[in-house]
Write a protein that binds this ligand. Structure first.
Ligand SMILES: [Zn+2]
Length: 1097
């Protein structure tokens, strides 16, 4: 009945601050004092609830801070650069630098179709917020034009991506046209060009000036058949997106250059076009590569200044191949910038149903006014079709990406804890939904109607409260469960296993001490680290010490358990060599309190590296280790986590023994899926037992060769654990990354022995789930452990008709045991709109979340289907989504136009990144283990992580004034955006590169690397020298900041332009054609256009 906080430090929401006074109650057994609540959630509060901010009293040793990594010396590449971070990529296999320079032909789009200007239509007015969500981006294919060149009246390029306010009104006029009124007609492609060379391969943007006479080499890459398909009635090319009011039926052409014919949506005069024959275009290319080229001038602003492009059109070229101007197709950078500008300044207030939150790339604060923060739940669409027929027509997946224990920024209040006493949380009698702000109180407050199933329930006398004249309880704002989207209930004993309140969880450290682990220095490093790290186990609230007990096991072919009871002078080892029938040889003294047993533990950690220093044992077991940890937790009757540090394929005779079955010849065959499947079912069986015990497994792998990640990661995956992989681990090169990950992993707050259920209002239901968990039935997501980084993605399907008035409701309830052993329920509620018009669906979609879902769907698909089938399915679905919009929502326009909904205009570019990712289209350097590793990582990534993982962030470091310390605006992930006179950082959440152009000024090189010339910079360097100058500090600061934003430590790799390492780097320039055959963005957009037209015809 009671809310146990008193005067929360921060008003939880915009309402008058709730008063929680006078409801202290300790009937649940006194586990939570009324004064502990506000602080007890400090753990969920900050980005890193680490000891760094609040060192435990009495601890004077320097914390193993992630922010202060051990100084390391400059290191050479470990032979595994980029992939070294998650794989065993062999850079030696990459093309040499000379090959890279010859690669231009390959850079060609492999289709001959020429895209015409992308036109963006101003969108339909957004229901919420200023940004127009439904502006359309249209693109037209050109080149086949027979009837005359069409210089499109292409709209000002800036419009399409500009702030919504600049969009044309629905009148069809283009307010901005004046901006481009002076646009020289000459910029329109000469007629002859457009007509005369249908299908000619367009010159590449990356082709240097001489490209005007460039003939596409036959080797320019495979032609995508689709690219040569019927072209649209010719039209302009290369124009920038045009803004057009979304629903203008026949916009009047404006500002058409003489001799041009308007077939597309009317728009402002064409934006500057880039074609190779124009001098300006060449300038544009200058930044690409090579000392002879000048700096590229066009990024930084949405569109290059018109002056830069062809104010003096060159003479008509003999071969005027044209292709879609990359600057004219939707830019992720621009979309991200626009959202930051439009939505980053105001808090996102969750009081309105169906509100689309700002993008994950925008920094914003959230005020909970009745719906869960987007940090907890993000949906693919915030407006759901009323009927399943509509949903099927649109093909837009309806899914929510849920991060139940997400950490919040310090400015946002953690969920309040509500204590309803012995009666437990109030729930609907029929569907068991928990009390929430959407429940309707009736009959003067004596009953309530369930918002999920409509059942009328009695209000227990102790919960009764009067209603005000609007029918709302007068205490609504005093009770989190009646006014907030997210809150927690204290669970009663009924919610506990065996009807018994849980014991505090335990951590067991299980260390491989075979030859490889000893030789690499891993064991010594780890033991040294644990001596201090154990002082910083997760604690709750103001607790002086962690309630978590710890235990230690070492192993190779046999297991060694350690008795570290505080009364012992020295630790005792007990060896279990019968790994076929694992048992725990000791109970008393195995799991201990860190403080009480500190001396014995320290002694043990000192001795372990010495004991095995001379080992010759190379074989290891694996399943018996997990079995042992799980049995130990079972014997101690608690949940917990196993931290396994493992080096090799477990080939020793034991349950779960594996063989090397890696076979790259299976790639692109029907058997490729077996590479992702576990080679034995033993691990699923083991995982199931672990889940039943609440035993979560985190696996740290240190392989020198194939270890079968697909099989070894089964237990972590099914128990809600994490997998980390450090290929070719060497202490000097990799300790910073490993220790940083380990510290974060050990300290992070975890919910144990958890069950998650997602309830929905009548009409839809959760039908499918993605993530790291186990399911025994169709509704309950079981998680042996769940941390603040992990998401569970839920897909919904209709089972009845929805209606616009009621909308649709989701309630996610997570029952878990806290780090202190308290049983709790965390509730997140979210209300969505429902629509009868498809346009409303498309106006309220969230592309980043869609991509997160689609990637997970595809990555699961490779377990059962050929990779090609999975890829085709994705492409087809994307085409269907866009075709449905085109057919039902877009304003009438030429069939040749590619029209994208404003909210989904990045769907093609992002989907292409998923399609060409290592799992779905591996390059030669990607190992089977890399693919399995990434596959399982993505499965539980949140939306921000998939966003940057699939479309890396590329930041120019030397473009902005050196005094400017804010994060520089990113540029598009394409080689042509790199200027050889600059330095860039690229990060994707796992990898971090510093790319240095060959033409970087000597002063800059000196400031950053402490050497006098480019040639003296060590390629593959992973630590920059700390130098006393502004640039050095700025770059170090930025690197630190990027690392702090990600859940895993990103090791830096310095890549020099035209060095062999550059091949690895270029793999992440995802807008370009990839060496593994992945399409460039431009080509994929053309392909997508063709697919859509086929669907529409
Ligand atoms: Zn109900």
């Amino acid at each position: 009945m009671n809310v146990n906080q008193s005067a929360p430090p921060v008003p939880p929401f915009g309402q008058p601050q709730p008063v929680y006074l006078g409801h202290h109650q300790s009937s649940y057994g006194g586990q939570l004092g009324s004064t502990t609540a506000p602080t007890s959630y400090g753990a969920y509060n900050g980005p890193v609830p680490s000891y760094q901010q609040t060192p435990p009293p009495g601890v004077s040793r320097a914390p193993p801070s992630a922010g202060a990594p051990p100084a390391s010396t400059a290191q050479g590449p470990c032979g595994q650069t980029a992939y070294g971070q998650f794989g065993q990529g062999d850079v030696q296999n990459g093309p040499s630098s000379t090959v890279q320079m010859q690669r231009l032909p390959g850079y060609q789009p492999f289709g001959s179709a020429i895209l015409a200007p992308v036109v963006s239509q101003p969108a339909v007015l957004q229901p919420y917020g200023p940004p127009p969500t439904s502006a359309q981006v249209t693109a037209q294919l050109a080149g086949m034009q027979i009837s005359g060149a069409v210089a499109p009246a292409s709209p000002p390029s800036g419009l399409g991506y500009g702030p919504p306010t600049s969009l044309a009104s629905a009148s069809g006029s283009f307010p901005n046209s004046g901006l481009y009124g002076s646009y020289p007609q000459g910029q329109a492609p000469p007629l002859g060009q457009a007509q005369g060379h249908p299908g000619a391969q367009p010159p590449q943007r990356s082709v240097p000036l001489q490209a005007s006479s460039f003939t596409p080499p036959a080797s320019g890459g495979p032609r995508m058949p689709s690219m040569t398909g019927p072209l649209l009635p010719g039209q302009s090319f290369g124009g920038p997106p045009v803004s057009q009011p979304n629903h203008v039926s026949s916009p009047a052409p404006q500002a058409l250059p003489p001799g041009t014919q308007m077939t597309g949506p009317p728009g402002p005069p064409p934006p500057p076009m880039h074609s190779s024959q124009q001098p300006g275009y060449q300038l544009q290319q200058n930044g690409s590569f090579g000392p002879t080229r000048g700096p590229q001038s066009n990024y930084g602003s949405p569109y290059p200044g018109a002056a830069a492009f062809g104010s003096q059109p060159g003479p008509p070229q003999p071969l005027p191949p044209k292709r879609l101007d990359p600057d004219a197709i939707p830019s992720p950078i621009q979309v991200i910038e626009d959202d930051r500008n439009n939505r980053g300044s105001e808090p996102f207030v969750t009081g309105v149903r169906g509100q689309v939150p700002p993008l994950v790339t925008t920094n914003f604060l959230v005020k909970d006014q009745g719906n869960a923060s987007p940090r907890y739940i993000r949906c693919t669409s915030y407006n759901i079709p009323c009927t399943s027929d509509m949903a099927k027509q649109a093909q837009v997946p309806l899914a929510a990406v849920i991060k139940p224990l997400a950490r919040l920024p310090p400015e946002e209040a953690s969920p309040y804890v509500v204590d309803h006493g012995e009666s437990g949380p109030l729930r609907c009698n029929r569907c068991k939904a928990y009390m929430c702000p959407f429940m309707q109180f009736v009959e003067g407050g004596r009953r309530f109607q369930c918002c999920f199933c409509s059942c009328i329930n009695d209000v227990p006398p102790q919960y009764f409260q009067h209603l005000d004249h609007t029918g709302k309880r007068v205490d609504a704002y005093d009770r989190p469960e009646l006014s907030l989207g997210s809150y927690e209930f204290l669970a009663t004993v009924d919610y506990c296993k065996n009807n018994k309140f849980p014991s505090p969880p335990a951590f067991i450290f299980m260390i491989d001490v075979s030859y490889n682990a000893i030789r690499s220095g891993l064991v010594r490093l780890l033991c040294e680290e644990l001596k201090s790290l154990l002082d910083f186990l997760p604690r709750e609230g103001g607790a002086e010490e962690s309630a978590i007990r710890v235990g230690f096991v070492t192993y190779n072919k046999v297991l060694h358990f350690y008795n570290v009871k505080s009364s012992l002078a020295q630790p005792q080892m007990m060896v279990v060599s019968d790994v076929g029938d694992m048992f725990v040889p000791l109970l008393d003294g195995f799991l201990v309190n860190v403080n009480e047993s500190q001396a014995v533990i320290t002694s043990l950690l000192d001795q372990i590296p010495e004991m095995f220093a001379d080992t010759r044992e190379t074989e290891t077991v694996f399943a018996p280790v997990i079995q042992a940890g799980m049995e130990a937790l079972k014997a101690a009757e608690c949940a917990g986590k196993l931290f396994l540090f493992h080096t090799s394929l477990p080939i020793a005779e034991a349950p779960g023994k594996l063989k090397n079955r890696d076979d790259r010849k299976l790639i692109n065959t029907d058997k490729e899926k077996t590479l992702f499947q576990p080679q034995t079912g033993a691990y699923q069986t083991l995982a199931k037992e672990c889940v039943a015990q609440g035993c979560c497994v985190d696996l740290f792998l240190f392989p020198n060769q194939y270890v079968d990640v697909a099989t070894l990661s089964v237990v972590p995956q099914l128990t809600g654990g994490s997998v980390y992989k450090y290929a070719c681990f060497q202490v000097e090169n990799d300790q910073e990354r490993f220790l940083s990950d380990l510290r974060r992993d050990v300290q992070k707050v975890v919910g144990f022995d958890a069950v998650m259920r997602v309830r929905t209002s009548t009409g839809i239901r959760a039908v499918d789930f993605f993530g790291a968990f186990y399911m025994n039935n169709t509704t309950d997501v079981e998680l042996a452990g769940l941390d603040g980084d992990k998401t569970v993605t839920v897909e919904f399907k209709h089972d009845d008709r929805l209606n616009e008035e009621n909308g649709a409701l989701l309630q996610c309830a997570l029952l878990y045991t806290s780090c202190a052993g308290q049983r709790r329920l965390r509730i997140h509620n979210l209300a969505l709109n429902c629509c009868t018009q498809l346009a409303d669906l498309y106006r309220n979609c969230e592309t980043d979340t869609l991509i997160n879902y689609m990637a997970k769907f595809a990555y699961r698909g490779v377990l059962n289907s050929p990779v090609k089938t999975v890829r085709d399915t994705l492409i087809t679905q994307c085409a269907q989504i866009l075709a449905c919009y085109r057919k039902n929502c877009a304003s009438p326009s030429s069939a040749g136009q590619l029209i994208l909904p404003e909210c989904m205009k990045l769907l093609p570019v992002y989907l292409n990144c998923v399609l060409k990712s290592d799992v779905l289209q591996p390059g030669a350097e990607v190992t089977t283990d890399d693919r399995a590793y990434v596959r399982q990582l993505v499965t539980s990534m949140d939306v921000a992580e998939t966003n940057v993982f699939f479309y890396p962030r590329l930041l120019p470091l030397t473009k902005s004034p050196i005094e400017n310390t804010t994060e520089p605006p990113a540029v598009r992930a394409s080689e042509e955006r790199l200027s050889n006179g600059d330095i860039y950082l690229l990060e994707n959440g796992l990898n971090l590169f510093l790319w240095v152009g060959a033409g970087v000024q000597q002063g800059v090189v000196q400031s950053l690397f402490g050497v006098s010339s480019f040639s003296q910079i060590t390629s593959g360097l992973s630590v920059l020298p700390v130098l006393d100058n502004l640039l050095s500090k700025k770059v170090q600061g930025l690197i630190d900041s990027l690392r702090a934003q990600r859940s895993r430590y990103m090791k830096l790799i310095v890549v020099k332009q035209e060095d062999k390492l550059e091949t690895v780097f270029k793999h992440f320039l995802v807008e370009d054609k990839s060496l593994s055959g992945g399409a460039s963005y431009v080509d994929f957009l053309c392909h997508m256009h063709k697919e859509i037209r086929q669907l529409l015809s």
